[in-house]
Ligand binder design. Structure first.
Ligand SMILES: Cc1cc2nc3c(=O)[nH]c(=O)nc-3n(C[C@H](O)[C@H](O)[C@H](O)COP(=O)(O)OP(=O)(O)OC[C@H]3O[C@@H](n4cnc5c(N)ncnc54)[C@H](O)[C@@H]3O)c2cc1C
Length: 494
């Protein structure tokens, strides 16, 4: 790197790294972002989908990691940054998520809570009791969930208080919702299983209940669980453009593997897995970042010649489909994975974006289908056969539509993003304790060594496309290192 000494060097250009970079550059600091990959955006990238049988000229693109930025619409960072004003279009499917079952049945979580309640029939009222109060306070629920867990989130104190009470009540009800007698239909039971499984850990758990409450509430808001027109990478492009407009820069192909790769700066901010960050620090700071790894993901990028033929037509309208069958099956699958074995019937998340966005269609109706399966951390296995058995089960004829598939086993995910060691896509194990004490117990989880800050999903509030770890870290950098108490305006055009 040939630059003069920057005020701030940030390692990693994921949404948290870019959020921190934008804030610090807008505060008038010189900011350089070092990105190990040839492309910017980390978990928020859209790249050409080239396979042995489909050329780049087909114009198909794939979301390399995240596809459904459910946390973005209610993230305080993105609210201030204003994605819509910058030309990023969020597409909001009417069905936020669905859970196909055997014999053509399915659980369906519509954006409209009333419609979900109606379809669930005898379980409808219980569904409303579980998620209705949270949905009514969704912005405040998001502020609390995305806070640094160290200070009061901003907002109307009365509404925040009510939201906190609703979160507590829903999380404890969720524990009952896992019991045998709570629901009378598998549709409701398995819907809760699917939304809980985002923690990629043994089920049930308090962390899974908290995650299900938060994601379950977002699903029934006006913004739902959106997709991004043209692919999620549009978010990273506008973040990078804003950074550059404020004098910052991103240098790609700049992996930082040891302290000697780190150029001098007043402050270093790390958008890295806690374990990767540890490699750059001396003791005693290093061992504090040796977090346990979370569950693994095997990514599958399909090229199909038509829409996924889910048996229930309502499932075709969903932005996200949780494939795993009944709650009991998902529980068994996640238990296998947590104990280091591959599940015969794995939990798979699927999105068919061309159902909602015709810009994703290629020639002759070709389309990308995004999927990832839960696997043991570090797994090198290509789980495509097991995934296709699951898909064929709920979408008969799926295999006939497959033109090609790019599989990235968990052990290879780090080749595309060093922040996912062993395929841990969550920055470390998710548990209730670790949702607060991320990366470990500390009064300030972002200041990890003198002049060094952690801003990634390994710090609170954890995984998701929200940029909030970046915001919380940047706030501390401004105050402690540069004596600035205000976050600059993030509004477009300023
Ligand atoms: C398959 C998959 C599916 C997902 N689906 C969703 C979803 O649908 N919705 C959702 O909200 N979230 C999803 N996520 C999670 C989401 O992508 C992450 O929570 C989010 O990207 C975390 O942001 P971050 O900035 O902390 O880190 P990242 O986005 O991971 O960015 C870290 C960046 O740092 C770089 N880096 C790391 N180490 C180094 C180093 N040593 N030197 C230089 N550069 C380095 C990486 O290359 C990367 O660019 C998914 C993740 C994966 C992998």
């Amino acid at each position: 790197m040939t630059a003069e000494r920057a005020d701030v060097v940030i390692v990693g250009s994921g949404p948290n790294g870019l959020a921190a970079a934008v804030i610090l550059a807008r505060a008038g600091l010189s900011v350089t972002v070092l990105e190990g990959q040839p492309t910017v955006g980390g978990g928020v990238r859209t790249l050409p989908l080239v396979t042995d049988r489909v050329a780049g000229s087909a114009g198909l693109v794939r979301d390399v990691c995240a596809a459904v930025p459910a946390a973005a619409p209610t993230s305080p960072f993105f609210a201030a940054f204003d994605l819509a004003a910058r030309g990023v279009e969020l597409i909001v499917p009417d069905v936020s998520y669905a859970q196909p079952l055997d014999r053509g049945r399915a659980g369906v979580a519509y954006r409209a809570l009333d419609r979900t309640v109606e379809r669930l029939g005898t379980d409808g009222l219980r569904w409303r009791r579980l998620l209705g109060p949270l949905t009514a306070y969704a912005p405040e629920v998001a502020s609390i969930a995305l806070s640094d867990k160290r200070s009061l989130p901003s907002g109307d104190p009365l509404r925040l208080g009510r939201a906190a009470l609703a979160m507590g009540a829903s999380t404890s009800l969720m524990a009952r919702a896992w019991g045998d007698g709570y629901w009378s239909t598998e549709e409701a039971r398995s819907l809760i299983g699917g939304v809980s499984a985002h923690t990629i850990s043994a089920l049930p758990s308090l962390a899974a209940a908290g995650t299900a409450s938060y994601l379950g509430a977002l699903a029934h808001t006006r913004q739902g669980w959106p997709l991004v027109r043209g692919g999620i990478g549009a978010i990273s492009r506008v973040l990078e453009a804003d950074l550059v407009a404020h004098g910052g820069r991103v240098l790609t192909d700049h992996p930082v593997r040891s302290p000697k790769d780190l150029p001098p700066a007043r402050v270093h901010v790390l958008d890295m897995h806690a374990r990767g960050a540890a490699e750059l620090l001396a003791e005693p700071y290093r061992s504090r970042l040796q977090v346990p790894l979370g569950g693994g993901a095997c990514k599958l990028d399909y090229v199909l010649s038509g829409p996924v033929p889910w048996t229930d037509p309502e499932v075709r309208r969903a932005g996200t489909v949780h494939v795993g069958g009944t709650l009991a099956e998902m529980r068994a699958a996640e238990a296998e994975v947590a104990s280091g074995r591959h599940a015969e019937r794995p939990v798979v998340l699927v999105s068919d974006p061309a159902q909602h966005d015709d810009t994703r269609l290629g020639p002759r109706g070709l389309r990308p289908v995004w999927a990832y399966a839960h696997v043991p951390t570090g797994s090198g296995q290509d789980v495509r056969p097991a995934v296709e058995r699951q898909l064929e089960r709920f979408a008969p004829g799926f295999r006939d539509l497959v033109v090609d598939c790019v599989v990235t086993p968990a052990a290879r995910l780090a080749d595309h993003n060093a922040a996912y060691p062993g395929g841990d896509i969550a920055g470390g194990l998710i548990s209730m304790w670790r949702m607060v004490a991320r990366p470990g117990p500390a009064i300030d989880p972002y200041a990890v060594a003198p002049g060094v800050y952690l801003c990634s999903q390994s710090a609170p509030p954890g995984p998701g496309v929200h940029g909030m770890a970046g915001l919380h870290a940047a706030r501390r950098v401004l105050r402690r290192e540069f004596g600035m108490t205000q976050i600059p305006s993030l509004a477009p055009g300023k």
